[in-house]
Write a protein that binds this ligand. Structure first.
Ligand SMILES: Cc1ncc(COP(=O)(O)O)c(C=O)c1O
Length: 396
């Protein structure tokens, strides 16, 4: 077809401006909310953070929500609150962002990878079972792209071995599973509010839990491990003492004001993401060499990613696909280079390529297409057209 040569092979790019795989959506209400917060008494952690935490707890359906500076620091706090430490092993997925494993490493514990269920692209409970040793203390599953991991199966393993579960739900805020929110399951779940995620506070994260003791520990750790009201010092309001090594992971009221205003748009964001996903599914479900994301059986996820898997039948490999999309000014991305390929995990823990075949096979094809609430139908059409013409170029 003349005039339909992919930009990678000399044609005109589909679009002039780059379309990223993810982006924030900030409206006038969010701007107004931040300005109002800026004019308030607190621009550090104050009443707006508390209101944001209460609202998230209510949405997720848990007793406690503890806001932190990022999903990464939320994972760190959760690992510390769980009591992970040197000598402990914590099982997690290799198909994730590096921060998931840092729930263990930041605490001096050892991250132990277990292979994924290639359908869901999340931790396989049977693979977890194979990695359990007397040193295993916890599991950190991740809800890839917002699609729930095998929650039931993983909780079963945790019960069998008395393990703490920290759900890395950084991709999954706003979704439901089996009639409850993803993130409401024991023992703790962690969200990220980075700009590409389902809602944003600029940077930001949250740990949610129903456990009162964990919540108290998380709050203390977030703020210097400080006891602000120690026994025996009732008439000494200045007497605040630290009881361990804590952090300053306090978020600001400015961020919380943005977060609260974003929560008002949660349904709008989910609806738009679902519409885009439906358009992608229709365009790609029957395209040879493109595996569209899995459908969950008893869940209504709020998807962070729309990750396809490209195989030989498409006509070119994943590397060429990604570079061809970039030539069209479509900012596709790959989530993720498996953690056991990273020099840190190889050098520190002895991991090697070949160790997790399911993860590696899935990784070979993965590409995340642009998905965010600000995308217009014309943007979706650009992606569809670019992929069609690349496929045609290779197969006709
Ligand atoms: C699965 C997963 N876990 C943790 C994080 C860390 O979140 P943050 O960027 O808020 O630190 C991310 C962020 O990209 C993520 O994708």
């Amino acid at each position: 077809m003349t005039g339909d040569v992919p930009a990678h092979y000399g044609g005109e790019p589909i679009r002039e401006e780059v379309l990223g795989y993810g982006s924030q959506s900030i409206g006038d209400d969010e701007k107004q909310a931040v300005v109002e917060a800026l004019e308030g008494d607190y621009i550090t952690r104050g009443p707006t953070v508390e209101a944001f935490e209460e609202r998230v707890a209510e949405i997720v359906g848990v007793d406690h929500a503890i806001a932190t500076t990022s999903g990464t620091t939320a994972l760190h706090l959760a690992g510390r609150a769980a009591g992970f430490g040197p000598g402990d092993e914590v099982i997690t997925t290799p198909l994730t962002f590096v921060s998931t494993a840092h729930a263990a490493t930041y605490c001096g514990a050892t991250p132990v990878f277990a292979d994924i269920d290639p359908h869901r692209r999340t931790l396989d409970p049977d693979a977890v079972r194979e990695q359990i040793t007397p040193a295993t203390e916890g599991i950190v599953p991740m809800h890839y792209g917002g699609h729930p991991a095998d929650i039931e199966g993983l909780l079963e393993v945790a019960d069998e071995h008395d393990l703490t579960v920290i759900w890395d739900a950084c991709h999954a805020f706003g979704g439901t599973w089996d009639g409850e929110s993803i993130g409401a399951q024991r023992d703790m779940a962690v969200f990220s509010f980075h700009p590409v995620k389902n809602i944003t506070t600029g940077e930001g994260g949250m740990v949610v839990t129903d456990d009162d003791e964990l919540a108290t520990r998380l709050r203390r750790l977030r703020s210097f491990e400080m006891d602000y009201d120690p026994d025996g010092h009732e008439n000494e309001p200045w007497y605040q003492v630290s009881e361990g090594v804590g952090y300053n992971y306090n978020v600001t009221d400015l961020q919380a004001a943005l977060g609260l205003a974003q929560l008002d748009r949660l349904d709008e964001f989910k609806t738009r993401r679902d519409e885009i996903i439906a358009q992608y599914d229709e365009a790609f479900n029957d395209m040879p060499g493109v595996r569209t994301p899995p459908e969950p059986t008893n869940a209504d996820p709020m998807y962070h990613l729309y990750a396809v898997e490209i195989s030989d039948e498409f006509g070119c490999d994943r590397r060429e696909f990604v570079n061809a999309m970039h030539a069209e000014n479509l900012g596709v991305q790959v989530h993720y280079v498996p953690l056991h390929y990273h020099p840190y995990f190889q050098e520190e823990f002895g991991y090697e390529r070949g160790a997790f075949p399911e993860t590696e096979t899935v990784y070979e094809g993965l590409v995340s297409l642009p998905l965010h609430a600000e995308m217009e139908n014309a943007d979706v059409e650009d992606v569809v057209r670019a992929i069609h013409r690349l496929h045609q170029h290779h197969t006709e």
